[in-house]
Ligand binder design. Structure first.
Ligand code: SIN
Ligand code: NI
Length: 265
């Protein structure tokens, strides 16, 4: 199934820094994705890595990074050209590479919200064009962890990262700058949002008794280069450390494949 993205959606993404896209997977694919994800989230991590159960972070997010490296079933979705084609159209890049995927589950009981943050400060990238697809495997609303976005906040530049366990308010950093009101974005299972790496976003706590299951995939324009986050030139990033990147090296190679190219279908 192809997923054409209207000019209206592309403009919405560029103006607001996020966009909602309905039913990007079929019912059959959703069932398959849920099965693959249940399996990989329950499995021991080999090439993926995850958060320790019971840790403060785990109460915010049960997160497994690089599920595709442990699971062919996940790779089918995380490397799927359909989603990368969407990223290509939204960004207008010449080509799109995978940065990483992650299972983002908000577990029931003692669930904490995901604090307001931008994603780009956590990524070891010189440029800021990377973006995330956030694909809901369950219907999400304010009761189980749907997201909120601040329209236009991708225009304020890259701020310092927020510590999820002891968050300070990101809004303090933009005091004096006119910001739009946050928008709540409930989603049906099989629908997704894409958000720019600089867009302020937040997710509600999960107050239900079932996990909120999400697959997030991070895409980057081809040509994005590595930059250590603390300026040391030392690659200590969890996603890139398997390969010896230095500042200025293109983020490319076997773990960061091109998934979509302009002019190629
Ligand atoms: C979440 O799923 O709770 C947060 C997702 C994100 O920060 O991108
Ligand atoms: Ni985020």
């Amino acid at each position: 199934m192809e997923y054409p993205v209207s000019q209206e959606k592309i403009s919405f993404y560029r103006d607001n820094g996020f966009v909602l896209l309905e039913h990007v997977v079929s019912g059959e694919e959703l069932a398959e994705l849920r099965e693959a994800m249940e399996e990989v989230m329950a499995a021991d991590s080999e090439l993926s890595f995850d958060r320790e159960k019971g840790s403060a972070y785990y109460n915010i997010l049960n997160q497994k990074v690089n599920t595709w490296r442990d699971s062919a079933g996940m790779a089918k979705f995380s490397l799927h050209p359909r989603f990368a084609e969407i990223a290509l159209q939204l960004t207008g890049a010449a080509a799109i590479r995978l940065f990483h995927d992650h299972g983002l589950w908000k577990m029931p009981h003692d669930s904490k919200p995901t604090p307001w943050h931008q994603d780009a400060p956590y990524w070891p990238m010189r440029q800021t064009g990377a973006l995330s697809m956030w694909l809901a495997l369950d219907d999400v609303d304010v009761s189980n962890g749907c997201m909120m976005f601040v329209p236009g906040s991708h225009n304020v530049g890259k701020l310092t990262g927020i510590n999820f366990e002891q968050p300070r308010s990101i809004f303090d950093e933009v005091e004096g700058t006119a910001m739009n009101a946050p928008v709540v974005v409930p989603l049906k299972a099989g629908s997704c949002t894409f958000h720019h790496g600089l867009t302020f976003h937040y997710a509600h706590a999960n107050r239900t008794d079932k996990p909120r299951r999400v697959l997030a995939v991070i895409y980057m324009p081809d040509g994005t280069v590595f930059q250590s986050r603390n300026g040391s030139g030392i690659n200590d990033h969890v996603v890139t450390k398997a390969v010896p990147f230095r500042d200025g090296d293109p983020l490319a190679g076997r773990f960061f494949p091109v998934l979509a190219k302009a002019g190629r279908k």
